[in-house]
Design a binder for this molecule. Structure first.
Ligand code: PMP
Length: 407
C-alpha cells in the first residue's frame, strides 16, 4: 500500500469507501478518470464558499482573489511540467480540447495540400480525429507509425516516414489501452532533425511518470485534470512560446483580446490569447490541489509503486489459462489490457462489476488498436496510487470465477 502520513493513501479518497452490490468497491478504471482526494474536493467547496467570481475582469476584491488563485494554479502547473514560463500554459477543457486547438491553428498556419501529418498506430481517437478533420480541410495526408505485436512503435519505419512534407508529428506518451511508454524523446529528436514540431498526448503520462517539457523539448503537450486526481472539464495545453506567439488564435471572445473595434481586433498576449470566454475557473484553480497532491507524494514514488502493481498483476494473469495480455511492450505504465479466449470482454466486465470491481471493457477509444489485434475489445485494468495488492488478489480470484461462469 502507498502510505501517506503513516496511513493508506486510499483513506484520502472518500468515493473509494463504498459498496457496490454489497461488495467493497475496487476501482481499476483510473485511465478513464481517477477518484479525487479530499484536498481537491475541499478546494472545490472552498472556492465556491469563498472567492467565487469571474476572473481578469473585476476590480473588486473577490474577482482579484479568484484571478490570483487562477494564476497561482497556472504557475503550479508550469512548475509541475517544468515549462520555461507560465505564459506557455493554457487552460483548456482537457486533452481533446488541447489537441483540437493545435490541429486547428497549426493546420491553418502550416499545412498545405500534399503535406502530411504523422500519428501512431496506438493513438486515442482524440489524437486521430482532429488530425483527420484538419487533413481533410487542407488536402493533407495522415500517416501512421506502425507497431509490432508487442505494441511497440517501429522506430525505423518512423525514421523512413520523415520527409519535408511532414508538417507535424502527434503521438501519445503512454498508450491508454496497451500501457506502452513510447520513446517520445527519441521521436522528438528525429522529428526536430527533420524540422518538424511534435505534439505529445500526455493524458496517460502526467499521473504516472515525471514529465519535463524542456527535457523532452516537445513543441506542444496536452493533458486532462480528471485523470490526475483533479476535476473534470479542465486540462492543460503546453506550447512553446515561439509557436504560440506566431500561431493564429483559436476561438474569439472575451479575455483573448486587447482591443476590439468593428474594423479589427488586437489579440491579447499569451496565455490569454488562447483562453476565450469565461473559463472553468473552479477547475483551473483546484487543479493546483491535484498537482500538489502528486508533487507531495512524489511522481517517481508513484511510478515505482504503480509499476509494482502492474508487474504483480501481469505475473498472476500470465498463469491463468486462456488469457492473453494485449500489449507486452518492455516499457509499460498505467494500464493492463486482457483478452479472454472465447469470451466477450463486456461479459467479463459485467460479472466483475457484480463483484464490486470497476474495470473498463471495449475499445477504449482506440478502435484501430482493436483492429490490429483482431479483437472486439479488451478488459482493461488501470492503476492509481490508491490501488493495493489485496485488490489485485481479489481481482484475480474474481476473474477466475467470472471465466468459470462464462466458458
Ligand atoms: N488521449 C489519451 C491517451 C487518453 O487516454 C484520453 C482519455 N481516455 C484522451 C486522450 C482524451 O482525454 P479527455 O477525454 O480528457 O479529453
Amino acid at each position: 500500500q502507498f502510505l501517506y502520513g503513516g496511513e493508506p493513501i486510499g483513506k484520502q479518497f472518500p468515493a473509494l469507501h463504498q459498496s457496490v452490490y454489497g461488495k467493497p468497491l475496487v476501482y481499476f478504471d483510473n485511465a478513464a478518470t481517477t477518484q479525487k482526494p479530499y484536498s481537491v474536493i475541499h478546494a472545490i467547496s472552498e472556492y465556491y464558499s469563498t472567492i467565487n467570481s469571474n476572473i481578469h475582469r473585476g476590480v473588486h476584491h473577490l474577482s482579484q482573489k479568484a484571478t490570483d488563485a487562477y494564476e497561482v494554479s497556472r504557475n503550479a502547473v508550469a512548475a509541475f511540467i517544468n515549462s520555461r514560463s507560465s505564459s506557455e500554459v493554457i487552460f483548456t477543457k482537457g486533452t481533446t480540447d488541447g489537441i483540437n486547438l493545435i490541429a486547428d491553428v497549426y493546420g491553418s498556419y502550416a499545412v498545405k495540400e500534399g503535406d502530411s501529418v504523422i500519428i501512431s498506430a496506438m493513438e486515442h481517437h482524440s489524437n486521430i480525429v482532429p488530425w483527420q478533420i484538419m487533413c481533410e480541410k487542407r488536402g493533407a495526408v495522415l500517416k501512421v507509425i506502425p507497431m509490432n505485436e508487442n505494441g511497440e512503435l517501429l522506430m525505423d519505419e518512423f525514421e523512413r516516414m520523415l520527409d519535408e512534407r511532414v508538417k507535424i508529428v502527434a503521438v501519445t506518451y503512454i498508450s491508454n489501452t496497451l500501457g506502452t511508454i513510447n520513446p517520445v524523446k527519441r521521436i522528438i529528436e528525429l522529428a526536430h532533425a527533420n524540422g518538424t514540431p511534435v505534439l505529445i498526448d500526455a493524458a496517460q503520462a502526467v499521473q504516472h511518470v515525471a514529465v519535463d517539457v524542456q527535457d523532452l523539448d516537445c513543441d506542444f503537450l496536452a493533458f486532462s485534470g480528471h485523470k490526475m486526481y483533479g476535476p473534470t472539464g479542465i486540462g492543460i495545453l503546453y506550447g512553446k512560446e515561439e509557436w504560440l506567439e506566431k500561431l493564429p488564435p483559436y476561438q474569439g471572445g472575451g479575455d483573448m483580446i486587447k482591443t476590439v473595434t468593428f474594423t479589427g481586433t488586437e489579440y491579447n498576449e499569451l496565455p490569454f490569447k488562447y483562453e476565450a470566454g469565461t473559463p472553468h475557473i473552479e477547475g483551473a484553480i483546484t487543479l493546483k490541489s491535484a498537482v500538489d497532491f502528486i508533487t507531495e507524494l512524489g511522481v517517481n514514488e508513484i511510478a515505482a509503486f504503480e509499476n509494482g502493481l502492474l508487474q504483480y498483476t501481469t505475473s498472476l494473469v500470465t498463469e491463468i489459462p486462456g488469457i492473453d495480455i494485449i500489449g507486452t511492450a518492455k516499457a509499460k505504465a498505467g494500464a493492463l489490457s486482457l483478452s479472454v479466449k472465447g469470451v466477450h470482454p463486456y461479459d467479463v466486465g459485467v460479472l466483475l462489476d457484480k463483484m464490486g470491481i470497476a474495470v473498463r471493457t471495449g475499445h477504449h477509444c482506440t478502435q484501430p488498436v482493436m483492429d490490429f489485434y483482431c479483437i472486439p475489445g479488451t478488459v482493461r485494468l488501470s492503476f492509481a496510487v490508491y490501488n493495493t495488492i489485496e485488490e489485485i488478489d481479489y481481482f484475480i480470484s474474481s476473474l477466475k470465477r467470472a471465466i468459470n461462469m462464462l466458458v
